[in-house]
Design a protein around this ligand. Structure first.
Ligand SMILES: Nc1ncnc2c1ncn2[C@@H]1O[C@H](COP(=O)(O)OP(=O)(O)OP(=O)(O)O)[C@@H](O)[C@H]1O
Ligand SMILES: [Mg+2]
Length: 413
């Protein structure tokens, strides 16, 4: 049984999960959340403060799990990551010319050994495509015979300054940084079906400080863009329009139901509570403020999708995750106002334990990190215990997972 910890450093909150992997099943055994300090628009700006918040979230998760973590993985959003493509080629030198795992490892190392400068660090090397003796479209060359093996890989990099902020944040919380995980890649892994992954799909992470557009096409992440309007703007709009405090505005935002706008629910009481401005809020006016901002955010996303040349993916719909996906009636509202179909992104991999968390999109990012970590642990454990016959089917599948899933993530260079 393996135990591991992951955390998502958000602008609204920091979430720590502790998971256990037993016979391929992930159990969620600890959950902790704390208000986030020292983070702006998804970026750590004050590691000491962020570290205190991480410590609080982790302590809660540890209490629930009755376990102590020494180290944990932190997720990083697309805004701080760069994705570049690299090609690598090796000769298969063994007598029988059969591609072995050591050949694939060599190729991976070669692909990931480009000079990214002193200011950047490679956190992940993801193979996209292999070619054996010039033959394209080889998804897994292990066990095949050939003389020359080429690979196209995506390298995920982070700048040293951001890396230091993550390390300092973990250290302030009394934890060792086990590694950095690219959250957008992990989200695709958790929320997309095989077919969606292959064909292409858009994911929207609707957080507080930012809204992130993540684009998958032909089995790979091709774009990840972050926009500064997020949940905070919905709150700010309400506070400014009705002259109420941000806390009150957030409460109102969490209470109203956007289904009313689609005529699906008729509210008899059109007013909302008493507020510091001394008055009551008109529900219709509240909804119209939210509606205007939500439409603006989605129009902005669509325009970016078109500009990036991914128009065709709009017809496949959009999966939404992040805390704002919890706005009541949001999917119905989007589906009434926009052509593409919107749905809440649900984990495609079974995670047992705390249903409220597994089903809650506010935990979407951190669950994706948990699932990716489990996959890594699972693969390395299976590799350790595998039968020595490297040509067995099981071995091939495992080797393929090792090569394809999350190689090198968190590896220090
Ligand atoms: N029940 C709810 N109904 C509506 N909105 C909610 C609800 N719960 C949380 N939110 C909103 O979700 C947002 C927080 O989402 P999330 O936790 O995904 O953000 P974050 O990861 O901390 O921030 P970011 O990703 O932008 O750095 C806030 O704007 C909050 O108001
Ligand atoms: Mg977030």
């Amino acid at each position: 049984m393996s135990l591991f910890g992951v955390a998502d450093i958000g602008t609204y909150s920091i979430k720590t999960l502790i998971g256990e992997l037993d016979n391929g099943v992930i159990s969620l055994v600890g959950v902790g959340k704390s208000d986030s300090e020292g983070v702006r628009n998804g970026r750590i700006i004050k590691p000491q403060q962020a570290g205190n918040s991480l410590s609080e979230a982790t302590r809660r998760a540890e209490e629930m799990a009755s376990e102590n973590l020494k180290s944990l993985y932190l997720g990083v959003g697309g805004k701080l990551l760069d994705f570049t493509t690299n090609e690598a080629t090796i000769s298969i030198t063994s007598k029988d010319r059969i591609v072995g795992q050591n050949d694939i490892n060599r190729l991976m190392d070669l692909a990931g050994s480009i000079d990214v400068g002193t200011q950047k660090r490679i956190i992940s090397t993801i193979p996209q495509d292999f070619r054996l003796d010039g033959q394209e479209g080889v998804s897994n060359p292990l066990g095949l015979q050939g003389r020359r093996l080429d690979m196209t890989a995506t390298l995920v990099t982070i700048n040293e300054k951001s890396m230091k902020n993550y390390r300092d944040t973990a250290s302030r919380a009394g934890l060792k940084l086990a590694g950095i995980l690219p959250t957008p890649v992990c989200l695709g892994d958790l929320l997309l079906t095989e077919e969606e992954y292959r064909r292409g799909k858009l994911i929207l992470d609707f957080g507080m400080g930012k809204t992130e557009l993540i684009v998958f096409k032909q089995g790979q992440l091709v774009d990840s863009r972050s926009f500064s309007p997020g949940g905070k703007n919905l709150t700010k709009d309400l506070a400014a329009k009705f002259n109420i405090t941000p806390e009150e505005a957030r409460e109102v935002k969490h209470e109203v139901d956007l289904s009313v706008l689609a005529g699906k629910e008729v509210s008899t009481d059109n007013s909302l509570g008493e507020y510091t401005n001394g008055g009551k809020l008109d529900r219709e006016k509240v909804l119209s403020v939210l509606s205007a901002r939500l439409k603006e955010i989605i129009e902005m996303i669509f325009s970016e999708v078109r500009q990036l040349g991914h128009d065709n993916l709009l017809s496949y719909g959009i999966k939404v995750t992040g805390g704002n996906a919890r706005l009541r009636g949001l999917m119905g509202f989007f589906n009434d106002h926009f052509e593409p179909e919107f749905e809440i992104g649900r984990p495609k991999r079974k995670i047992i334990g705390i249903e409220d968390v597994v089903e809650n999109p506010i935990y979407g990012n951190v669950l994706a990190l948990l699932s990716s970590c489990a996959k890594r642990t699972e693969v390395s454990k299976q590799l350790d215990g595998r039968a020595s016959k490297s040509s067995s089917l099981l071995s091939r599948v495992i080797q393929k997972m090792r090569a394809i899933s999350l190689p090198n993530i968190g590896r220090d260079r």
